[in-house]
Ligand binder design. Structure first.
Ligand SMILES: [Cu+2]
Length: 693
C-alpha cells in the first residue's frame, strides 16, 4: 500500500514536470497564460471558479481547487479560507466587493457561508499579493465573490432565470435554488433564493454526529446601467438553523443575518471615474453544547448568544493619466460584537464572553498602474488606522474557588486600558513582463499588516472562542498585542506553449509579530483553564514566523476532446523565535484530472493526493495526519439549451481518510471518538438538474 501511495503521489507531483520537458519551447506561443478547464481558470494573477457550476454545499470547498488555497472546515457550512499558510481574519473575503461582519466569535458564519453555491457566480482568488485597492486588511490574501444576479437584456424587457436542485445520497444533502430576473437594457430587478438541507453525513468509519445542516439565503437587488453610470442596490437574508460544527465546542442553533448594500460608479469625464460603496449587516446567533450533540450533565449545559453588527463605506476615484492609471480612495469599516454565555438549567449562571466590543478600521490608499512596453508596473500604498475597545465584563452563578478566580480575571480586565489603536502603512509593488517567447514573468513585493482581532484582544476568560481555531485549547487575549507585519515576495511565470499551459509561483513571507497562542504566565487563567478543559491556558501573543512554498496550475490538451489538468500546492510555516511549526497548515497536495469534452457533454475523472502532515505545532498539541489519495468523477450534460444534467461521485474508491484542516471531533455521541481527527465522507453519489430560461 505504501508503495502505491508513494508512486501515486510522485506521479501526481511529477507529471507536470515531465510534460514540460517534452514540450517544444516557443511553439504556437500566444500572449495568454490562462489555464482554463470546465468552469475554472488560472492565470499568474488570478484563479477563478464559476461556483454555480460546481456541485457543493459550502462554497469555501472550491478553494481546494485553487493553487495555494485550502479550507479549514469546522462543519458542513463553516469553511474558513486558507491561502499560502494563512487563514481566518488574515484572508480578506468580499461579496460583490463588500466585506461582511461575522457574528460568531468562532467564525461559524465565516464570510464564505454567506455565498450559497448555486446562487454564486464566481469566486476569484488573487494569486500572490493582493493589491492595496482590493481590501483594507488583506495580509494573507484576497477572495472575491459575486452573487449571480442575472444579465441586463439588450433586446428589450425580458424575464430570465433558473430553477435547480441537487441531491446527494450521503446524508440526503439537498441544495435547491432559483433566480428570477426582470430586465431591460438599463434596469434590472433580481430575486435569488437558495435552500440547503441535510441529515447526518457518513464516513467509512461511521457517522459524524452532529453534521446536519439547514441554511436559507435570499437576495433582492436592483441594478441600473447607464452610459456613464451604474448602480446596484441589494438587501438579503441568511437563516441558518441547527447545523453541526463537530470541530468546535458548540453547534449552530441559529444564525439570522440581514444584509444590505449599495454601489455606484459615475464617469465624471473621459479620465475620471468615481466609485462609491456602502454595506451593512446585522447578525444574531445562538449556539449551544447540548441541543444537537450528546448533552453533558445539566449543570454543564452552555449556550452562547452572540451578535455582530457593522458596515463599510468606501469612495474611490480612478484618474486616467497619460500612460497610466491612478486610483485613490478612502475606506471605513466598523463592527460591534457582544456574546453572553448562559445555562438554561441555571438562571443564575451567566458569563459575559464579549461586551460592547468595537473594532473600526479607517484607511486611505493610492495605487498607480502603468502598462508599458517594457512591462506592467503597479505601486500601491495604504495608510491604515485600526481602533478597538471593549466594555466591562462580569459573571454570575459560578460557585466556590472557581467563581473567585473568574471574578479576579474580570476585575483585572475591567481595570485595564482596553482602548487600543494601531497605525500602519501597507505597500505593494507588482511588476510583470511578457518575454518574446510568450512567457509572462511576475515579481511581487509586499509589506502588509494585520491588527489583532477582537478575540485575540478581549478574550478575558480562558475559552475556545478563537475565530474558529478549533484546536480544543482555551485562550486568553492579550491587551498589549502589536499588529503583525508580513514582508513577502512572490515570483512566478505563466507559459502558454500551444497545447500546454502552466503557471507556477514561489513565495516567501517573513512575518514579524505573528499572532498566535503561547503558554500563558497568568496563574489565575491557567488554574481556571485547567479546571474547565484539563489544559493550562494559551495566551495570544506576538511571535516571529516565516512561511514559504510554491504552487502551480497546468493543463495539457491531448486532442480536440481530451485534456489533462492539475494543480499542486505546498506551504511550510514555522516560527523563527522558537522551534515550532505553525498550526493547521494544509499538507502538500496535488490533483490531476482527465477530461473528455464535447459540445454538450463533459466527463472528468480526477485523482487528488494529500501528503501526510507531520509539520505540526507543539504549543497546542496539534495531531499529525497521514496522507491519502481520492478518486472523484463528474459529468455535466447540456441535454438542451435550457436543461443541464449533472452527476458526480466523490471518493469513488471509498477511501478512509482524514483531512488535516478539518479539525478534531469535540462532540460526544458521534461514531468518531472525541479527540480524534474527523474523517472524510464515504463514497458519495450526487445528481442535479438545472433549468434556465
Ligand atoms: Cu457560534
Amino acid at each position: 500500500m505504501n508503495f502505491y501511495k508513494t508512486t501515486a503521489m510522485a506521479a501526481v507531483l511529477l507529471l507536470p514536470a515531465v510534460v514540460v520537458a517534452q514540450e517544444p519551447v516557443g511553439r504556437g506561443a500566444t500572449d495568454v497564460d490562462e489555464v482554463i478547464v470546465i468552469g475554472r481558470s488560472v492565470t499568474t494573477g488570478l484563479a477563478m471558479i464559476k461556483v454555480d457550476r460546481e456541485m457543493l454545499v459550502d462554497t469555501a470547498t472550491v478553494l481546494k481547487d485553487i493553487p495555494g488555497a485550502n479550507v479549514n472546515a469546522n462543519g458542513p457550512v463553516t469553511g474558513i479560507a486558507q491561502y499560502r499558510g494563512m487563514y481566518g481574519d488574515r484572508v480578506s473575503v468580499v461579496i460583490d466587493d463588500l466585506g461582511v461582519v461575522s457574528g460568531g466569535p468562532n467564525a461559524m458564519d465565516a464570510p464564505l457561508s454567506y455565498v450559497s453555491p448555486m446562487i454564486t457566480e464566481e469566486l476569484g482568488m488573487t494569486r500572490g499579493i493582493a493589491s492595496v485597492s482590493l481590501a483594507p486588511e488583506s495580509i494573507g490574501g484576497h477572495v472575491s465573490t459575486t452573487l449571480s444576479r442575472g444579465e441586463f437584456s439588450e433586446a428589450g424587457s425580458a424575464l430570465s432565470g433558473f430553477v435547480g436542485s441537487r441531491f446527494s445520497a450521503n446524508g440526503n444533502v439537498s441544495t435547491s435554488a432559483g433566480r428570477l430576473t426582470m430586465a431591460n437594457d438599463s434596469h434590472k430587478v433580481s430575486l435569488l433564493a437558495e435552500l440547503d438541507d441535510s441529515d447526518t453525513i457518513s464516513t467509512p468509519v461511521g457517522e459524524i454526529r452532529p453534521s446536519q445542516l439547514h441554511r436559507e439565503r435570499s437576495d433582492l437587488s436592483y441594478a441600473f446601467a447607464g452610459d456613464k453610470s451604474s448602480v446596484l442596490l441589494f438587501a438579503g437574508r441568511l437563516n441558518t438553523d441547527d447545523t453541526g460544527t463537530s470541530a468546535l465546542p458548540m453547534d449552530i442553533r441559529y444564525i439570522d443575518t440581514n444584509l444590505a448594500g449599495a454601489q455606484a460608479t459615475v464617469e465624471l469625464s473621459d479620465n475620471v471615474t468615481l466609485e462609491g460603496r456602502a454595506a451593512w449587516n446585522d447578525v444574531e446567533h445562538l449556539m449551544d453544547n447540548f441541543g444537537l450533540r450528546a448533552a453533558p450533565m445539566p449543570a454543564m449545559f452552555r449556550q452562547n448568544l452572540a451578535t455582530g453588527t457593522g458596515g463599510q463605506i468606501s469612495v474611490a476615484a480612478a484618474f486616467g493619466l497619460l500612460d497610466s492609471t491612478l486610483r485613490v480612495g478612502v475606506d471605513a469599516t466598523s463592527s460591534d460584537h457582544d456574546a453572553t454565555i448562559t445555562n438554561p438549567n441555571n438562571a443564575m449562571f451567566r458569563v459575559d464572553n464579549f461586551v460592547g466590543v468595537e473594532r473600526d478600521v479607517s484607511s486611505l490608499f493610492a495605487e498607480w498602474q502603468r502598462d508599458g512596453e517594457y512591462g506592467d508596473l503597479e505601486i500601491g500604498l495604504r495608510a491604515k488606522r485600526v481602533a478597538a475597545d471593549a466594555g466591562a465584563v462580569g459573571s454570575s452563578g459560578i460557585m466556590g474557588g472557581m467563581g473567585d478566580a473568574v471574578a479576579l480575571l474580570a476585575d483585572a480586565f475591567n481595570a485595564a486600558d482596553r482602548k487600543q489603536s494601531w497605525n500602519s502603512v501597507d505597500a505593494v509593488v507588482k511588476y510583470r513582463v511578457q518575454t518574446q517567447s510568450g512567457t509572462e514573468w511576475r515579481v511581487e513585493l509586499g509589506s502588509k499588516t494585520r491588527a489583532p482581532s477582537y478575540q485575540e484582544l478581549y478574550l478575558w476568560l480562558p475559552l475556545q472562542a478563537t475565530g474558529g481555531l478549533a484546536d480544543g485549547r482555551s485562550y486568553i487575549g492579550g491587551l498589549d498585542l502589536d499588529e503583525e507585519r508580513s514582508n513577502e515576495i512572490t515570483i512566478g511565470f505563466g507559459k502558454d506553449a500551444g497545447r500546454f499551459t502552466i503557471s507556477p509561483q514561489v513565495f516567501f513571507k517573513r512575518v514579524d509579530g505573528y499572532i498566535q497562542g503561547v503558554p500563558s504566565t497568568n496563574m489565575v487563567a491557567n488554574m481556571v483553564s485547567q479546571m474547565m478543559s484539563g489544559y493550562p491556558a494559551l495566551e495570544f501573543s506576538n511571535v516571529d514566523a516565516e512561511i514559504y512554498g510554491a504552487d502551480l496550475a497546468w493543463k495539457l490538451e491531448l486532442s480536440e476532446q481530451w485534456y489533462l489538468d492539475g494543480i499542486a500546492s505546498w506551504a511550510r510555516g514555522k516560527r523563527r523565535d522558537a522551534k515550532d511549526d505553525l498550526y493547521r497548515l494544509a499538507p502538500p497536495n496535488a490533483s490531476v484530472g482527465v477530461t473528455w469534452e464535447s459540445d454538450d457533454l463533459s466527463v472528468t475523472t480526477e485523482l487528488v493526493a494529500y501528503a501526510k502532515q507531520d509539520k505540526v505545532s507543539v504549543y497546542n498539541n496539534e495531531q499529525r495526519t497521514p496522507g491519502y489519495e481520492l478518486v472523484n468523477a463528474a459529468l455535466i450534460w447540456s441535454a438542451t439549451d435550457s436543461l443541464r444534467v449533472e452527476a458526480r461521485v466523490d471518493n469513488l474508491l471509498d477511501e478512509t481518510y482524514q483531512d488535516h484542516t478539518a479539525g478534531i471531533n469535540r462532540a460526544g455521541g458521534s461514531d468518531i471518538p472525541v479527540g480524534e481527527r474527523l474523517y472524510g465522507t464515504e463514497r458519495t453519489l450526487s445528481a442535479g438538474l438545472i433549468w434556465s430560461f
